[in-house]
Design a protein around this ligand. Structure first.
Ligand SMILES: [Zn+2]
Length: 343
């Protein structure tokens, strides 16, 4: 039984781990089990499939690899309204400028990153490094947030495998806090905070899922979500763009390994929010920043969502019903070959 508070060093907050609550009686809603309906290789209704018309009226090219394009429903854009009213001088607002893009991993509508293998995952990371460099170099972009929402449990309507890129005129709060925390740690110790975390995880080893020459994946000691995983290069860098090609390949291998285990866990497409924590591109120094990928799955069990409620939404700290060591052991015991090895 784990019943204690664990310090989350990157977020500088306590996580309440109360794993004895996992099996408490539950009479609330459950998430419908994934139907795992067979998807077609190409869907005429999909706005992301090759050759199809998008919402904007533009037509997708007959792409064969990774395809990046501007989001047709952007949350930030160069054409955001600039004539804004503010209702009271105590309040502030400003135009929602920036660039929002979509990156389709593959022309295949029916696949997922977990089934694309290391080569394609490597190519995806290489393209995302290019996007980070290109968008981050713009004067009007302070930060490039790359993320993938996977599955209906996190609100995804189009199953075509893709991630999103938000290049914004502000730094997203989680990254801004992390950059400040890492800079403080670096000033105090001369070390990258992520490096210290990696040292601790490797020494403890209980929560490590996979490690290769230059990358590692583990359930962090201070995980907030069941099955939460960090994937990181062993060498602390600011972004994907700072890795060598072989380091990006190792990172792709570690990420791919985790995504396969996720799907194998309940033999279903495993939902998650995946976010790339890369240093802001605001022109400032970010000493000690440690690029890594965070995976946050919303499910505690195949049909049971982790609800964010009083502690999380009301109080701002997480209450975790699961022990990170138990979840790491579950993931670690799974085969590293996808249960559907038929792409
Ligand atoms: Zn599609």
């Amino acid at each position: 039984m784990v019943w204690e508070q664990r310090w989350h060093p990157l977020r500088e907050e306590w996580v309440v781990v109360a794993a004895h609550r996992q099996d408490r009686p539950w009479s609330g809603d459950t998430v419908a089990a994934s139907t795992q309906a067979e998807l077609p290789r190409h869907s005429p209704e999909c706005h992301f499939c090759p050759g199809n018309e998008r919402v904007s009226g533009q037509r997708n090219p007959d792409y064969t690899g990774i395809h990046v394009f501007d989001n047709d429903h952007p949350c930030v854009g160069s054409d955001a309204p600039v004539d804004l009213d503010v209702p009271h001088p105590h309040y502030r607002n400003r135009p929602a400028t920036g660039i929002a893009r979509v990156a389709c991993y593959t022309p295949r509508h029916d696949l997922s990153l977990s089934r694309l293998g290391v080569d394609t995952t490597h190519a995806v990371l290489t393209e995302l490094a290019t996007q980070y460099r290109e968008l981050g170099a713009r004067d009007d972009v302070d930060h490039v947030l790359v993320f993938e929402n996977r599955g209906e449990a996190v609100g995804v309507s189009n199953p075509h495998p893709h991630c999103q890129i938000y290049a914004t005129n502000f730094v997203f709060r989680t990254i801004a806090n992390e950059a400040a925390t890492c800079a403080k740690h670096h000033a105090a110790t001369g070390r990258a905070l992520l490096q210290d975390i990696l040292d601790a995880e490797r020494a403890d080893a209980k929560r490590v899922l996979t490690e290769n020459d230059s990358a590692i994946a583990f359930v962090p000691y201070f995980a907030r979500y069941a099955y939460e995983v960090f994937v990181a290069p062993l060498r602390p860098v600011a972004s994907l763009a700072d890795l060598s090609d072989s380091e990006r390949r190792d990172l792709a291998a570690a990420l791919s390994d985790v995504l396969v285990r996720y799907d194998n866990l309940w033999q279903m497409p495993f939902p998650y929010v995946m976010a790339f924590h890369q240093a802001p591109t605001d022109g400032r120094e970010h000493p000690g920043f440690g690029f890594h990928i965070e995976l946050h799955p919303p499910l505690r069990k195949p049909e049971l969502l982790k609800y964010l409620a009083g502690p999380e939404i009301g109080g701002g700290n997480f209450l975790s019903d699961t022990s990170p060591e138990t979840k790491a052991a579950e993931l670690g015991a799974l085969p590293s070959t996808h249960y559907r090895s038929d792409p």
